[in-house]
Design a protein around this ligand. Structure first.
Ligand SMILES: [Zn+2]
Ligand SMILES: [Zn+2]
Ligand SMILES: [Zn+2]
Length: 362
């Protein structure tokens, strides 16, 4: 993720800022320019980038105006009231009920990080109105009240371009309880979004393309019965040797889940490396075997053609990141170890994204 500077006062700005913390100027993310801009009123409810007198004008996303749930903008000539990220919503929860507004705002903040990555890569982001056949949508659903509930409730998943997330995942206590029940080392809203987007892009980039055979050769044959595979997974022993081949235990359940988990990790890697680059981070550890722990992130990880440049920076970066976390009494930020077969799968995801987005395979 990038960091920005307020053009009014030079304060450093972060992706989630809606107002400059120093000069109180209004801010808005410009999806067409991937820029967090300081805004200047340009009449009729439109804005220009502060310090410019011509150039494009923007409106605030309607979810900012009505619910303070977004900090993105819409080009003024675009008739759609919602920004590129918010117009992907197919269903949002009933905002008059319980704590739903607070929970939904958290979901939107994390979803914008996913959409940022999609835009940075140049991946397709059309919604189901713009592209009924291949478009992407989100259903944010709340469980019915217990007395009206039938079946297992809202289950997070992806089907035909529609990503469903239970809004309860945005409740930190609920999510932590789920993480412990499922014996997962890592469970975050952004992790869910990145994982489910992997299923969507498998349909878009792999299923009907020449990548299908290389993906099957690397991840296994996805024609394996899915529900039987998941059943077996939930009955299996989590301590068996999955870590020699997979990024996570869940990835070992079925080739589709392996792909989605690997895709999610690729997004973790690229976006975190961009953050590290933006902060000018690098490491030169004060130990004998310093070369294994030293890193320098590539300048533009989203456009980096050399996969090895990403992974060679990522592994030592995670060691530094985890050590810093432990120093402040937190759990590991990245509680995973990547074995060579998992790295080979990440390389394939890298090649497919670069091939699809016209950056050329590395
Ligand atoms: Zn400012
Ligand atoms: Zn929005
Ligand atoms: Zn999945």
């Amino acid at each position: 993720m990038q960091i920005w500077t307020c053009s009014g006062c030079e304060q450093t700005l972060f992706f989630d800022n809606a107002v400059c913390p120093r000069c109180a100027a209004g801010l808005g993310f410009l999806p067409d320019r991937l820029d967090l801009a300081t805004l200047d009123a340009a009449g009729d409810g439109t804005f220009r980038v502060l310090g410019t007198t011509d150039g494009p004008t923007y409106r605030l996303c309607a979810n900012k105006v009505e619910h303070d749930a977004c900090n993105w903008t819409v080009p003024a000539e675009d008739a759609e009231p919602l920004c590129r990220a918010c117009r992907l919503n197919h269903t949002i929860p009933d905002l008059t009920a319980d704590n739903n507004l607070t929970l939904w705002r958290r979901l939107e903040a994390e979803k914008r990080r996913l959409v940022y990555s999609m835009l940075r890569f140049g991946l397709p982001t059309a919604n189901k109105i713009e592209d009924p056949e291949h478009g992407l949508g989100f259903d944010f659903l709340a469980d019915a009240e217990p007395e009206f509930r039938e079946g297992p409730g809202v289950i997070t998943g992806h089907a035909d371009g529609l990503i469903t997330l239970n809004v309860a995942e945005a409740d930190h206590a609920v999510r932590e309880r789920m993480r412990q029940q499922m014996a997962e080392p890592y469970r975050t809203i952004l992790g869910h979004f990145r994982h489910e987007s992997g299923h969507y892009y498998w349909d878009r980039l792999v299923r009907d393309s020449s990548w299908l055979e290389p993906v099957r050769a690397c991840f296994g044959d996805d024609r394996l019965d899915y529900s039987e595979a998941l059943q077996r997974h939930y009955e299996s022993d989590a301590s068996t040797g999955w870590s020699e081949h997979f990024v996570s235990h869940y990835a070992s359940s079925h080739p589709w889940e392996d792909w989605a988990e690997t895709w999610a990790h690729y997004l973790h890697i690229v976006d975190t490396l961009e953050t590290a680059w933006q902060f000018g981070m690098r490491a030169q550890p004060k130990v004998e075997e310093a070369s294994e722990l030293s890193f320098r992130p590539p300048r533009n990880p989203y456009r980096e053609s050399d996969f090895d440049a990403l992974i060679e920076a990522w592994i030592p970066l995670t060691q530094a990141l985890n050590s810093l976390n432990r120093s402040v009494g937190q759990e590991d930020a990245y509680p995973f170890a990547l074995a060579q077969p998992a790295i080979d799968k990440l390389k394939l995801v890298h090649d497919i994204i670069r091939d699809t987005t016209g950056s050329g395979a590395s």
